[in-house]
Design a protein around this ligand. Sequence first.
Ligand code: SF4
Length: 549
Amino acid sequence: MEREQLEFDVVFVGGGPANLAGAIHLKQLAQKAGREVEVCLIEKAEAIGAHSLSGAVLDLKALAELIPDYAARGCPLEETDLRDGVFYLTPRKQVRLPYLPPAMHNTGCAVISLSKFCAWLGAAAEELGVNIFPGFAGVEALYDAGGRRVTGVRTGDKGVGKDGKPKSNHEPGVDLLAKVTVFGEGPKGSLIREIGKKLGIFSGKMPQVYETAVKEVIELPADSPFWDSPFTVIHTFGYPLGLDTKGGGFLYRMKERRISLGLVVGLDYEDPMLEPYREFLRFKHHPLIADLIRGGKVLQQGAKTLAAGGWYTMPQLAVDGAVFVGDSASMLNVQRLKGIHTAMKSGMLAAETVLDAIGKGDLSAAGLRGYAARLEASWIRSELYTARNFGQALSRKGLFKFLHLGAQQVSGGRGFIDPMKTSEDGAALKAGHAAAAAPAPEVDGTLYIDKLTGVYLSGTQHEEDQPCHLVIPDTELCVTRCWETYRSPCTRFCPGQVYEMETAEGGRPRLKLNPSNCLHCKTCEIKDPFKNIIWTCPEGGGGPGYTIT
Ligand code: SF4
């Protein structure tokens, strides 16, 4: 097939905060130096920000370095008066922690909608001359003839039918060629997965571990008790997950009588009957939360995973012709429950390195090594290194986690074991499905909504007539070993109700897929115990349509 080729100096793959900050910084530096650099950024969502979802409390330091006059330029901050409250929840009661660990102080930070924030960064990048192409999914990294140097990225074909044949509106994808390609695909990127297999960038690293989050933006009535609360940023742990499953809840105040409410669940949970969405509903029904959100209405819902492994799971950051930034490169600081500022800073450090390397004409891994060196010398290193065992300690059962956390607190992050090991999330499920699931929490269609209403409120849309983007190499395994051992956990861990088990003739279970509901959260590829789900990019422009998450 004839494909158009477009050449740039730098191609950024993914329109999240890491790449947007990187593209902006690259242009700023080039302008300062009086140099011309052709930069392009592609994003699989229909618009920049439409696939961006996070809590989100933003530490403003990377933003202040990137755009010092961000306030004057109308940066969309939702709330800057941050007053923290951390609560331990039992099924009916709550206890407020009298002491807030220093890492959890949010003074000087701001609540944002990541979706709005990315749209704003996208506009700033465009003003500087970055060519932004939303609706274009990167589906394949391109290599030189030797197969070791990344030379760019191929975007997905459009107009291919379910049967894999071109339709009347068929448009072949484009080859975007670059001196350096910057991958910032977010957690569990499908391109970095393949690059990892080919170039071994994860070799010798600890396996990445993830958390998954369901989040809503809720509008509250003017007389909600929340407006009298002394706290604008609330975090919880304990109920509904207990102390053996990692995770917790959050509630942040936003503008226009809105709040951001969500539950994060560590994907190393063991119980195959656990359903993160159900746990989120149970969290909402807890008396502390139910009282604060009474009378509210869900405006938007979404789901997303976070790469929470930290320092020891960071891949090799550069290969010949490419660098990796943001969540793709494990930049999240799970101790501070923050990753946007570190993602942005990683993009900026990558940009400085790339500009240097282009100037010197050395785009090899050695020429791009300055990125890792810059990172080592930056505040990212001091943040992430201090938190290097934090997420792993949270995975310990019961009260043991607090022993580890306490030891880490007084030893600069080292604790009793350094490094604390991680294993792949999918391997954590324990065989068996006898545990009775907790009773289904009530839904009312307004404040408490079911999964399908959530998908509707996420604005998710896909072209129906396209090949299924969820590749299941062995469907027989789904109805035999997976059903028999775990009762098909995909039907529970997916927040979009994409996976359903039906009864076929003869009473046999049969897997039915609803790929159009997919929220692009990637939980399925991570948590599938048999690694039998491969998430690939659907046609560009499909997926959630977040605007305020
Ligand atoms: Fe998330 Fe996978 Fe479900 Fe899509 S199919 S919503 S990626 S768990």
